[in-house]
Design a protein around this ligand. Sequence first.
Ligand SMILES: *[C@@H]1O[C@H](CO)[C@@H](O)[C@H](O)[C@H]1NC(C)=O
Ligand SMILES: *[C@@H]1O[C@H](CO)[C@@H](O)[C@H](O)[C@H]1NC(C)=O
Ligand SMILES: *[C@@H]1O[C@H](CO)[C@@H](O)[C@H](O)[C@H]1NC(C)=O
Length: 511
Amino acid sequence: MAVVFRNRRLRVIVISLAVIVILYLLIYTKLPDGGRAKKDVEYTDTHQGKHKSTGPITKENLPERVTVIIREFEDFDNAITDSVEELERTLKHVKVLVISDDVPYPPVQLNPKGSARIVTLAGNLLDNHTSCCPLHQVDTDFVFVVPDNVKIRDWTFIKSAAAFLRSRRNTKAVAVPVSDSKLECFNMTVDYKRWTLSFPRQDAGSALSECQLIKGSHGLFLETETLRSLTEPLSRPFPFTYYVQARVKNWKTRVMKSGRLEVIRPLYTDPHSSWKRKRAITDRTKAFYRSVGIKREVLPTGASLYYGCDKDKPRCFGTVLKDMPQFLYQGRWTPPCCLRALRETANHVFRALEACGARYWLEGGSLLGAARHGDIIPWDYDVDVGMYKADIPKCSSLVKAQAEPFTDAQDFVWEKASEGDFFRVQYSEVNRLHVDIFPFYSKGGVMTKDSWFPTHRQDTEFPESFLTPLSVVEFAGVNASAPNNVKKFLEYKFGQGVVENPRYPNYQRPV
Ligand SMILES: *[C@@H]1O[C@H](CO)[C@@H](O)[C@H](O)[C@H]1NC(C)=O
Ligand SMILES: *[C@@H]1O[C@H](CO)[C@@H](O)[C@H](O)[C@H]1NC(C)=O
Ligand SMILES: *[C@@H]1O[C@H](CO)[C@@H](O)[C@H](O)[C@H]1NC(C)=O
């Protein structure tokens, strides 16, 4: 914006004022205390406007500073009543919140005169919306999430844990071991885009104090704000769910050397309850993965566990519109379980076409993926194959599919596509991940077909010479048939430099 001052004196005054303001801002923000002072103001503001003491925690002010939360327990075997009694005895008037998915059954008896309450997360027609989120009712600046069968003999470590957390930026929680359980520190990575949680191979017994994931029984001491800033602060199994969410934010946890929690009595001692407990943890882990979108675990051995995309479940993304599948709008790529199912379907199709002697080749995006890195492009959602139309009669699966859809011995479904003159092989009847097979025929040395996708620029005729002879490329873990001179073929279809310059999917760019 250009402002012209006719009056010279006015111009001098305005410029001087501007210089003063700029200098003031520079000096103010450079003050060593500037940032921190501001943070404290923010801090008190977020606590519903109430003033929170930031001084040390003492035995007297403990009930105003810390809420003890018991989240991880089983209805069928717990020591909550004893734990709460112990807590109320040692830490007089401390607030204790027992957070349960549903009304505990058999019922948990608490001293009606005590400060402990049971909060149930399951919706209830008689409740209002406030009751959904018990953390909003916590009015202390710290929470201590403990297992359900512990007592705190010596509380003084809480004081140093609180001071420690206030002095750190990225260490947001302190782990307090239970009895003599040895806490182990692990690394972990969360790849949001690829829906993947990895546990890298690491040195056994590495004694680190700042951890990304801690195994072994322990309580977690942290600022209430830390828990509140997670999307699923109370998901189970706790604290595993905490570590996954903290990892995304790059927060670490310090293992406390001084403090200890003591076991009241061992739980799950008989084989049946131990089995029930283990199964419950597995089920809850899966539910948590589903809810935050983790579909693959990479174990320290390098092996993977996949979640979702089974043959008996629908594909985990809906019908693809305008070539932009739903997951791209979430900032994610194709779910790993879907890529795996696509590879399996592609391999099945290659073997079937080879078995009947059909001349086929990888097409479009699939061939591009093969040329770039020998696999499906990480955000692609189907596999495209071309074949000679004249070879259809040789393949009974295709001949049958021409009449009506049919399911083969391995549960893949072969059908004539409704969208045009091509075949579709689906992962299963329920799971519609698929490989498309496009029949081409030669017309005067040019490969052509009868139906086209007007929006796909790569869907074009091409010289038959690319297919005489066919070549072999690695794709999805196997060798697949491809045109000769793959790079030239791809550039013919997509344009110059397409192999070297991936175009990342961008749903904001018009297709
Ligand atoms: C919601 O329920 C709680 C507990 O029963 C009650 O204290 C609170 O006033 C209710 N809030 C509203 C908006 O109804
Ligand atoms: C975790 O990874 C860091 C490097 O990112 C490494 O220094 C550290 O030793 C690893 N921790 C463990 C327990 O392996
Ligand atoms: C593909 O074929 C080549 C050459 O025959 C072979 O060396 C390679 O191991 C094969 N790759 C796969 C994945 O089977």
